[in-house]
Design a protein around this ligand. Structure first.
Ligand SMILES: Cc1cc2nc3c(=O)[nH]c(=O)nc-3n(C[C@H](O)[C@H](O)[C@H](O)COP(=O)(O)O)c2cc1C
Length: 208
């Protein structure tokens, strides 16, 4: 059995606390080395998955014209979103993506099952949740390599799939932007800006 010590526990907590969602104003555009990207993807595929189905797929997007098309999709969808937040003048000032400024984008997909999956017989979304576990692993390992990750969700999955020519065998779970950054904020940006407060353990834990 591998037993970890206080040093490892502290280090893991440090990485967890230092992980940030990174947007375009922080990315530097420096390329990510292939071997580093591989380590990050290896971390992603060591995530737990329902029935060990490993239903993930990662589409690396470097092509500038495809990224431009995805960016245009973001602009369209964000204009609609801005109307929903028209009372709050902060929304329109937020930078909510880094599609073009990042070194690369990754579309993280869920491969729809072609056979019955152990553990996914009652709760059908378990495969999709497994892909989210992979995204979190990716996010943390990227941070360990001092690479920022941004999750861009103001996009219609159908449109993203069309731009990237992804077949109907897959569902888009997350669209990520990765790159080296000038700095990582010490706290979530939305906390700093007063958009949301940080919840305490007491607020989110209930004992029954
Ligand atoms: C599922 C998911 C979707 C998100 N989508 C966006 C997004 O579209 N744009 C954005 O700027 N941040 C997005 N975020 C980042 C969150 O705003 C961020 O995680 C949160 O404010 C906490 O900040 P931190 O990740 O830096 O700790 C997303 C995060 C998650 C987990």
């Amino acid at each position: 059995m591998k037993a970890f010590d206080l040093h490892a526990q502290t280090l893991l907590q440090t990485i967890l606390s230092a992980r940030r969602d990174v947007r375009g104003n922080r990315f530097q555009g420096t390329p990510i080395e292939d071997e580093v990207l591989r380590k990050i993807l290896e971390a992603a595929i060591s995530a737990p998955s329902v029935g060990f189905s490993q239903p993930w797929k990662f589409v690396i997007v470097k092509d500038t014209s495809k990224r431009e098309a995805i960016y245009e999709e973001f602009v369209r969808e964000n204009a609609k979103a801005a109307k929903l937040f028209s009372e709050d003048s902060l929304y329109s000032t937020l930078k909510l993506e880094g599609i073009k400024e990042s070194a690369l984008n990754i579309a993280v997909l869920y491969q729809k099952p072609t056979k019955t999956v152990l553990g996914q017989t009652t709760q059908k979304k378990m495969g999709e949740y497994s892909v989210v576990c992979a995204i979190q692993n990716l996010w943390l390992m990227a941070r360990a390599y001092n690479i920022g990750v941004g999750w861009v969700s103001i996009l219609r999955p159908k449109r993203v799939k069309k731009i990237l020519e992804i077949s109907d065998d897959y569902k888009l779970i997350g669209y990520l932007t990765l790159g080296y950054v000038d700095k990582f904020l010490d706290e979530p940006e939305l906390l700093k800006l007063g958009w949301e407060n940080k919840k305490t353990i007491d607020e989110v834990v209930e004992w029954v």
